[in-house]
Design a protein around this ligand. Sequence first.
Ligand SMILES: [Zn+2]
Length: 215
Amino acid sequence: MIRLGAGRLDRLVALGAHCDDIAIGAGGTLLALCRARPGVRVDALVLSGGGGEREQEEKAALAAFCPGADLRLTVLKLPDGRLPAHWDEAKGAVEELRERADPDLVLAPRTDDAHQDHRGLAQLVTTAFRDHLVLGYEIVKWDGDLGRMAAYQPLTPETAEEKVRLLQEHYPSQRHRPWYDREAFLGLARIRGIECHTRYAEAFAVTKLTLNLGD
Ligand SMILES: [Zn+2]
């Protein structure tokens, strides 16, 4: 196991089906990445939750998870749990983002996520971003879909703790969910850390990866 760098990383796209997906799946990675690259451009697209309390939560949360970044967030109003019925609208939004952003890295759900909204968005992303490194984040859930992951971003204990703190602070609407707690978030990060010989980590699925081992 080695540490592959991503090369130049000036522009990043992050996508989520729901408010809090990006932060749960890749919040620690965003914190580490944005701290290391002040001014990095982050284009974030969330398909549902627009126009209400959840959009306000997401705005404040992503601002905190992307310190010092040039963050542009769009939150659409597609109904939660109904992505297949709103496929064209979602596809249009992902393609529109692809048109205006040519990112060095894309953070998105995994194509084998058990939640149909997550899975559907993941499929749209791999179609639209064909020449990009796409990392598929994971979200713990009742369905039990966690798998064997291909890529790991180690997190310092401070970053892992900060992620959990920001999740608790910025998404009061989600605190009632039985799995939305410190043990779940830190526990998964600890397990992923064990798998890559560090204390904590976030893990990502990679569908395709092109290497540059020549000159
Ligand atoms: Zn979700």
